[in-house]
Design a protein around this ligand. Structure first.
Ligand code: ATP
Ligand code: MG
Length: 418
């Protein structure tokens, strides 16, 4: 027996309805905001992520699924959704259209991580990318998309944490201040953070190690080091949320794990998932498009982890839709019945009913048992006597009512019964 690779999951036919429910919900909210879907390949040239995600991130340093293909090219399975979208934006000259470009994706994401609840090696993200708009309204709109999804799913206890990490100019001042603050404690930092100290000190704020977290309690806040423009942008984002009455927390610890962020960063955090509380993380990345070879173009977006979203809904006891139902089970129990069953079933399906038939040569009794198991709403029994009169015996499985019905009237009865 060959087992599933560690950190991956099957979605069985019994639970795929949950995914359809989630996917339909996010697609309908995206439609509502006039955001169109973009689909990009599952793998890209490794170089794209080195440049786009940044080589000081955990993703690039430790988590990528990278391999040489048969043509000796270095290929990487998507470790996040944004870099591929940025590449496609440039490569398909989407930038030449009137801006902004509002896009969403639903994609598998691959990261070599230590698997645990809510942390997989293949997970799925719904992501939104707005390219071309510098306005704080764009930052607000993408947050509103995530918020609308949670609202639509009935999630109440989720907290929006926001922060601004400024632009490269203000960040330089901040990095110096943070390094000065941490200098005395350099040796108490974890190995990764000692490494970050020179390469990318801001990322130390993102460290999950308790010892590092403790050292950072009184660390200087990026928000106090913003330049005038970045501060103005940040204040406008906050004002927009205030005007809409949307609750949020300004959380100076939020810096996000990727190098490409500028200005706004945000996370939606839930207490109902377990240790991995962040369902959705995003922000602005004004330098990304240029970094992967395009002309400078502001951008803002987020990624939402769909497995974590499902865990959260389940833990909150919220609906995840319903298993597909069977309207009609057709059970032939005589030769004539078996002769016409396919035609009858096809006719009923063409009329739009969800119809199941016997593919296992079951006995009459076993068919009824099976129809019960399927939770079929109606069962049509094709028996010899009834068929002489072009009729069947139709049983309403909810009421137990049984009546002899002409075959060409079955559809109407079931439709009315719905
Ligand atoms: P974390 O801090 O949990 O490692 P991250 O900052 O690496 O998250 P992002 O790159 O922002 O995550 O991805 C967006 C969302 O995708 C996360 O908020 C989370 O919901 C989900 N996600 C990220 N990594 C995983 C994973 N390994 N397994 C399942 N979901 C994940
Ligand atoms: Mg991570």
């Amino acid at each position: 027996m060959i087992n599933i690779p560690k950190g991956t999951k099957d979605v069985t036919p019994k639970e795929s309805y949950k995914w359809h429910y989630i996917e339909n919900t996010v697609r309908s909210v995206a439609d509502n905001f006039c955001v169109n879907e973009i689909r990009t390949p599952t793998f890209e040239h490794t170089e794209l992520f080195l440049r786009g995600v940044g080589d000081t991130t955990d993703i690039v340093n430790k988590e990528m699924y990278t391999f040489l293909d048969k043509g000796e090219r270095s290929i990487t399975l998507k470790p996040e959704g944004t870099a591929g979208v940025a590449r496609a934006f440039i490569e398909n000259s989407i930038f030449a259209n009137p801006q902004p470009t509002k896009m969403y994706y639903i994609t598998p994401v691959f990261r070599y991580e230590r698997p645990q609840n809510g942390r997989l090696r293949e997970h799925h993200q719904f992501g939104v990318e707005y390219f071309g708009a510098e306005s704080p309204l764009a930052d607000i709109e993408v947050m509103l998309i995530a918020k609308s999804i949670f609202d639509k799913l009935g999630v109440k206890n989720i907290s929006l944490n926001i922060n601004s990490i400024g632009c490269p100019t203000c960040r330089k001042k901040y990095n110096d201040a943070l390094k000065a603050f941490l200098a005395d404690n350099f040796n108490n930092l974890c190995g990764t953070c000692r490494d970050r100290f020179d390469k990318n000190p801001l990322r130390i704020l993102d460290c999950k190690e308790e010892s590092c977290k403790k050292l950072l309690t009184d660390a200087p806040k990026v928000i106090d080091y913003l330049c005038e423009d970045c501060l103005e942008h940040h204040n406008a984002v906050c004002k927009g949320l205030d005007d809409l009455g949307i609750d949020y927390i300004i959380n100076p610890q939020i810096v996000r794990g990727l190098d490409y962020y500028t200005r706004t960063v945000f996370e939606f955090i839930s207490n109902n998932i377990g240790a991995q509380g962040t369902v959705c993380g995003g922000g602005r990345y004004n330098n990304l498009v240029e970094q992967v070879g395009g002309s400078p173009c502001p951008a803002v977006g987020f990624g939402m982890g769909l497995e974590r979203l499902i865990i959260m809904l389940e833990n909150l006891g919220l609906s995840l839709g319903e298993q597909n139902s069977v309207d009609l089970y057709v059970a032939p129990i005589c030769d004539k019945g078996r002769e016409i069953v396919l035609k009858f079933v096809t006719d009923m399906r063409n009329k739009g009913l969800k119809v199941e038939q016997d593919l296992m040569a079951r006995s009459a009794k076993a068919q009824m048992k099976y129809a019960n198991k399927l939770n079929a709403k109606y069962v049509a029994i094709l028996g010899e006597e009834e068929l002489k009169d072009n009729s069947c015996s139709l049983k309403n499985m909810q009421t137990g009512e049984n009546s002899v019905i002409k075959l060409d009237k079955v559809f109407e009865i079931i439709k009315e019964g719905k």
